[in-house]
Ligand binder design. Structure first.
Ligand code: PRT
Ligand code: ZN
Length: 286
């Protein structure tokens, strides 16, 4: 009997929806009802396991799941024997040290001998060791941001994304310990069949990621500007140019990266491009 790739994703929480969407964009269809523990994909040999994110590293190490999607912070904190396969570009955040907003802070040395509340004791301890600082780590599992207010700690180390939780609790971010995003992890010893399935899925994930980072551009350009526009919009090979039913004008199609998107648009406008349409790309196979 041929094997399934067992994929562990978060059952509910911040990673859930995007993990499901990513797998669906990779062409896996499966039912996603919140009370289920697992679901089979109808059209790809995969089984999706819905778990708490904290448990995923252990399950992947133990071969209960072959691969999983978790935050990099959880991957590092758990320290299991699992492999980081691909960063996934969502659930971006950072793990930061914060102190009450009126507490003076000039460097981590100010935390020598102090108490730091966190849900990430391993990562914080490693960070303190690197800096040569001795502090007491108080592990708490939730609502870390209230620790200084109730006298449990002088500082905290927690996940920050917009910063509004810190702000509303009268805290100030003073040091970034690590950056994190969702990552695909795998058991390092997958058998050949499952490693092949992972390879196939990874190819699809990369196509989805590339597509997300690129836009399809369509515009009308004066013929005399085509050469210059081609040089700033190389596209995947070179742009497609077709004549318009109007002398001196053509339609030009190309692909542009999200990172320098607005710069390119400014350049195109100054070269006389008109009627620029920007279209999302669903998949991009390079
Ligand atoms: O139930 P389960 O154990 O599966 O879920 P969980 O409650 O442990 O995790 P969940 O769903 O909260 O987060 C899953 C992962 O999302 C984390 O491990 C991070 O990798 C990532 N992530 C991204 C975040 C955030 N952004 C985030 N903002 N995780 C938590 N937060 C919390 C943070 O703890 C703090 O309370 O949001 C608050 C800060 O947000 P801002 O926007 O106010 O700064
Ligand atoms: Zn969790």
């Amino acid at each position: 009997m041929s094997k399934n790739l067992r994929i562990a994703i978060q059952k509910s929480g911040r990673l859930q929806e995007k993990s499901v969407n990513l797998l669906r964009e990779c062409g896996l269809s499966f039912s996603n009802s919140s009370n289920k523990l697992k679901a089979s994909s109808y059209n790809f040999p995969a089984e999706i396991l819905f778990l708490r994110d904290d448990d995923i590293p252990q399950y992947v190490e133990d071969c209960v799941a072959d691969i999983g999607i978790i935050g990099e912070n959880v991957m590092i904190e758990k320290g299991k024997n699992i492999e980081l396969i691909e960063k996934l570009n969502f659930a971006k955040c950072r793990l930061s040290i914060a102190v009450p907003k009126n507490t003076p802070f000039s460097s981590m040395n100010d935390l020598e001998g102090k108490r730091i509340a966190t849900s990430y004791p391993v990562i914080v301890q490693r960070f303190l060791d690197e800096k040569g600082i001795r502090a007491d780590i108080h592990e708490i599992s939730g609502s870390v941001e209230i620790a200084p207010g109730i006298g449990l700690a002088e500082a905290i180390c927690d996940i920050v994304s917009t910063g509004s939780t810190l702000l509303s609790n009268g805290l100030r971010e003073v040091e970034t310990v690590m950056k994190s995003e969702a990552v695909l992890v795998a058991n390092p010893k997958l058998d050949e069949e499952r490693a092949g399935l992972l390879e196939k899925l990874l190819f699809r994930i990369k196509s989805v990621k590339t597509a997300e980072n690129n836009k399809y551009l369509l515009m009308n350009v004066p013929d005399e500007a085509i050469d210059e526009i081609t040089s700033i919009l190389p596209g995947m090979k070179s742009p497609t140019v077709t004549p318009l039913n109007m002398t001196g004008w053509s339609s030009l199609h190309s692909v542009v990266n999200e990172n320098d998107f607005w710069d390119k648009i400014d350049q195109l406008k100054s070269l006389g491009a008109q009627g620029i349409l920007v279209i999302p790309i669903e998949k991009m196979i390079l």
